[in-house]
Ligand binder design. Sequence first.
Ligand code: AMP
Length: 211
Amino acid sequence: MIIVLLGPPGAGKGTQGERLVTRLGVPKVATGDVLRAAVKAGTQLGLEAKGFMDRGDLVPDRVILGIMKEALSSPETAKGVILDGVVRTEAQAEGLATMLKEIKRPLDVVLVFSIDDEELVRRLSGRTTCDSCSTPYMGVAPGTKCPKCGGTLVQRADDAADAVRRRLQVYAAQTEPVIGWFRAHGAKVATVNAVGTLDEVEARALAAIGR
Ligand code: AMP
């Protein structure tokens, strides 16, 4: 089962992706998490990505395609994978389609989490994120210990107001058109209303993938 999660920053892709991991028993790959881990570790990948990420811009397609390739060729994704925020440009969608063709695996569904900008700004400005396991929290102060792993909650640099505005512009300009690209290339695309309780949104996502 290969599922792509699309939607603006703050729509809940990460949180719902985790729930799908539990429900479906397949791992999740989130390029944002891979890149943040690389920044934290100070690797070459992290050094290259950091400036783009802090500004709220997209990291170059070449970098993302490399992460995608590694993820899809890993034995851990042999039974399936949930791709969270991995496809954000048409070039990345084309790259994914080519890789799936090569390994003869179908794309099951693209889930598009839909939500308005006002709610996104409210969510992102009130969000802290664990610097170790990336779990997001609403309304919990920076510096608090993560209840899940003991890491420290921080405000992501790109959740600051300017970067949020930039990320929403980038989403509208570069990622929203990817939805049309998938439709035009015959993929099953399902829209999930992302406003509601976590359980309500999860139920909608499961219904959209026929579970
Ligand atoms: P996220 O955690 O998904 O909000 O991603 C955080 C940041 O990582 C984004 O604002 C981008 O700078 C970068 N990033 C993550 N995934 C991608 C992608 N598929 N293409 C380009 N940049 C990405």
